[in-house]
Ligand binder design. Structure first.
Ligand code: PBG
Length: 345
């Protein structure tokens, strides 16, 4: 029992009235919005926000994603328009996911120079936007079986073959204009392989944002609908982390830093706030967090039913991710949050 609680109880037991210790009236700084704004510890700034984008081949087309209100799959020309609008809002960056015209066993559409993400990157780079262009480096959107790399005979993902293809993917993304490559396949040794692949391609200066602590989360459901990347059989628990393991997440991050990761990503965000806070204290590299599709969709769905205030819930969720230690947040609400952060005092 805290000393204060003990005092309250003792005073109640003695039948005395109780008044709080005058030295500790914490409500004093909460009296007005001006006071609250003065002592606010965490603020959302548009530059800390990264917007995910889903691109598919073609021109002039947009398709809504049913499970994520306001999120659309777009063709590269439309993606460029969206990116301009996001830059005008002052947003920090975009992260690109591709839906290729064709899928095959080795995810060729992910690593060829003519890939859909590469094409979109070239357009965005040529437009010289004030945005950081991030490429998600994974093969699950490009394989016909939906796993994150080519398979061994027994159906498991072939780790060592996959990291070579991820290195090719990253090199072609960097060459096409990616400012950052973000490997998300959770293969062992992927960061080292990608660093080597980037350096060999002349992209020594392209940083790696490692999805280091990425769990096999139930919260990726809407993304898989958006990206068409649901595994055709089985699940990803053989390579993504068990959400129950916090210490193992720290090992994943240590290994990725040792392999050459320039920044770390924790994902999903709200279910991993403890990992984020521990990582913030343990490592000095920049750390981002991915507020994933299911975290966003859950708030949107509740808001549509009138069960939650959309703006307040999205703001609180994102603020808590920053408070836990994230330097930046990947979020499907980036545009709204940027607009709201300008309105906020
Ligand atoms: C690719 C990847 C996934 C997400 C980001 N990169 C899907 C997955 O691992 O199944 C999920 C993002 C989200 O849910 O918003 N491996």
């Amino acid at each position: 029992m805290s000393p204060l609680n003990a005092l309250v109880q003792a005073s109640r037991a003695a039948g005395e009235g109780w008044t709080p210790d005058p030295a500790h009236r914490l409500r004093r700084t909460r009296r007005t919005e001006a006071l609250r704004a003065l002592v606010r510890e965490t603020r959302i700034h548009a530059r800390q926000l990264v917007a995910p984008m889903f691109v598919f081949p073609g021109t002039g087309r947009r398709e809504p994603v049913g499970s994520m209100p306001g999120v659309e799959r777009v063709t590269p020309d439309e993606a460029l328009k969206d990116a301009r609008a996001l830059a005008a809002l002052g947003i920090g960056g975009v992260i690109l996911f591709g839906l290729p015209a064709d899928k095959d066993a080795t995810g060729t559409g992910g690593w060829i120079d003519g890939g859909i993400v590469q094409e979109t990157l070239r357009r965005m780079r040529d437009a010289d936007l004030d945005l950081v262009l991030i490429a998600d480096t994974c093969l699950c959107e490009y394989t016909d079986h939906g796993h994150c790399g080519p398979l061994l005979g027994d159906g498991r993902v072939d780790n060592d073959a996959t990291i070579e293809l991820l290195a090719r993917t990253a090199a072609s993304q960097a060459t096409a204009g990616a400012d950052i490559v973000a490997p998300s396949a959770m293969m062992d040794g992927q960061v080292a392989a990608i660093r080597r692949g980037l350096d060999e391609a002349g992209a020594q200066d392209t940083p790696i944002l490692a999805y280091a602590a990425k769990t096999a989360s139930a919260f990726y459901g809407p993304f898989r609908e958006a990206a068409g990347s649901t595994p055709a059989f089985g699940d990803r628990r053989g390579y993504q982390m068990d959400p129950a393991n916090g210490r193992e997440a720290m090992r994943e991050m240590e290994v990725d830093i040792a392999e050459g990761a320039d920044m770390l990503l924790v994902k999903p965000a709200m279910p991993s706030l403890d990992i984020l806070a521990t990582a913030r204290a343990a490592f000095d590299v920049p750390i981002g967090a991915y507020q994933v599709s299911g975290e966003f969709a859950a708030i949107e769905a509740a808001a549509q039913r009138g069960w939650l205030d959309r703006r307040r819930a999205l703001t609180e969720a994102t603020t808590s991710i920053l408070r836990a230690g994230a330097d930046f947040v990947i979020t499907y609400a980036a545009a709204d949050l940027a607009t709201w952060s300008r309105e906020a005092r």
